[in-house]
Design a protein around this ligand. Structure first.
Ligand SMILES: *Cc1c(COP(=O)(O)O)cnc(C)c1O
Length: 454
């Protein structure tokens, strides 16, 4: 351990961490980054297969963003968008976002993060139903294993039981249904398409249980990201849409990971062929260069809200000029350089095929899945019976640590292993990432064989 790693935990409590363990074992200190690579203070060059936390879509080190930030800070470092004021950076970003959004989305509401986008969405959905004279529609339905952030609204909307346990969540008025996880939840002989319909129908059952007059919205990630890249069957989202229409319930897509090109379209709901009423974003909106989030609000919801008078909600940093200017440049780069089209036509299909081919040789790996540049697979003890390893998460962490020690960042979500590299990754870089991963998986299989006495 270097001095910096020792000092790193002296005065800093880390999020989502066992801080006692960090104090004993230290942390890795990342000092610079370029393209798909990050570098630590010991000089290691590391492939960032996760694009930070699923957010550095245009890759690291784009000087244009730094220049824009400096210029904007010199011109107008801060002003708010409350009380009848605005500024050019946020006006320009809003016009750009409306231009790339699907038809029917002409307004955005700004926040500082994905969690704040989700909280704002919850507030907005309830305000909408009040505004259109249906105040009893208050309950939001999410999914187990969904991730919607870590504020009180976000943690409640999400379905992470380990998070709920700390502090007594979810809050009142938020309930959950089971996730559309085909591999783990399908019945003998059931096809993916059949399972997709059955999983969507869990929503209808829940609505009938609560009463449609009490339900405000259904909220889901097009692909469950932090839940382990759970990709629903093609029948799932269209059926969800039907159910929401049938019972007059708002459909909300949480696009914080899927948004801004991850699935090979601007937004995940375009890839899955459904039309939400509202969608939340953050992460890829600025490629993580500065914190900013945006809630895209569909025309029907805007119309309702306009009848409702004051919306008593907003953040000091909503539409922050420097973050807005940087986000605009980021979106322009994604657009002008054809980065998303390249993911759709080239690097996405290439990476998926490569993972599938490479992983087929390993006996503890199953359910290889991907869309665009988001990929997942699951570690299982027995492929034939789909038996999982005991102590969920332990095996995933073991493999994750092998990746780390070989200078490849991948993430374990329980025993699901996931990748989400910068969208600018080239085919050669994909080859390099997978060659490294292959070596790690061999090391993992050998270790697991001896652990199981196989
Ligand atoms: C990361 C994430 C969030 C929370 O975003 P923060 O910026 O960490 O608050 C919300 N929803 C989804 C789908 C996410 O992946």
């Amino acid at each position: 351990m270097t001095n910096t790693t020792l000092n790193a935990t002296a005065n800093h409590l880390h999020p989502f961490s066992d801080n006692q363990q960090l104090k004993e074992k230290g942390v890795r200190v990342i000092t610079k980054a370029d393209g798909i690579y990050i570098y630590d203070d010991a000089g290691n060059k590391i492939i960032d297969g996760m694009a930070g936390l699923w957010c550095v879509n245009i890759g690291y080190g784009r000087k244009e963003l730094a220049d824009i930030a400096r210029d904007q800070m010199n011109e107008l470092a801060y002003y708010n968008t409350f009380f009848k004021t605005s500024h050019p950076a946020v006006i320009n970003l809003s016009a750009k976002l409306a231009s790339i959004a699907p038809a029917g989305f002409n307004h955005v509401f700004y926040t500082g993060s994905g969690s704040e986008s989700v909280d704002s969405m919850i507030r907005m959905v309830r305000h909408y139903w009040d505004s259109v004279g249906k105040p009893s529609k208050k309950t939001l339905i999410g999914r187990w294993n969904g991730y919607h952030g870590s504020t009180i609204g976000g943690v409640s909307m999400g379905g992470m039981k380990g998070m709920h346990k700390q502090g007594g969540f979810p809050i009142e008025g938020i309930v959950h249904i089971e996730q559309p996880w085909f591999y783990g939840l399908h019945e003998e002989g059931e096809t993916a398409e059949q399972f997709g319909i059955r999983a969507a129908n869990w929503l209808e059952e829940k609505i009938l249980e609560i009463g449609a007059d009490n339900v405000a919205a259904f909220v889901g990630e097009p692909i469950q990201g932090a839940g382990g890249v759970i990709i629903p069957p093609s029948t799932y989202w269209p059926r969800i849409q039907e159910i929401c229409q049938k019972y007059d319930i708002l459909l909300v897509a949480d696009e914080v990971i899927c948004g801004f090109g991850r699935t090979g379209e601007w937004f995940g709901h375009e890839t899955f062929g459904f039309q939400p009423d509202i969608f939340t974003t953050a992460k890829g909106l600025s490629s993580g260069y500065l914190p900013i989030g945006a809630v895209f609000v569909g025309d029907k919801v805007v119309e309702g809200i306009l009848k409702g008078g004051d919306f008593n909600h907003g953040f000091t940093y909503a539409g922050h000029p420097v973050a807005a200017a940087v986000a605009l440049k980021n979106v322009e780069i994604l657009d002008d350089e054809g980065i998303i089209k390249n993911v759709h036509d080239k690097t996405g299909p290439y990476m998926q095929a490569k993972w599938r081919e490479m992983l087929s040789q390993f006996k503890y790996v199953d359910d290889v899945r991907g869309v665009g540049l988001i990929q997942g697979f699951t570690l299982v003890k027995n492929k034939a019976t789909r038996e999982m390893f005991p102590n969920e998460g332990e095996t995933g962490t073991m493999l994750r640590d092998i990746f780390f020690s070989n200078n490849l960042i991948m993430r374990a979500c329980g025993d699901h292993i996931v990748a989400s590299p910068p969208l600018t990754i080239t085919k050669e870089e994909i080859d390099l990432m997978l060659a490294t991963a292959e070596k790690c998986l061999q090391e993992f299989e050998t270790a697991m064989d001896s652990k199981l006495g196989a």
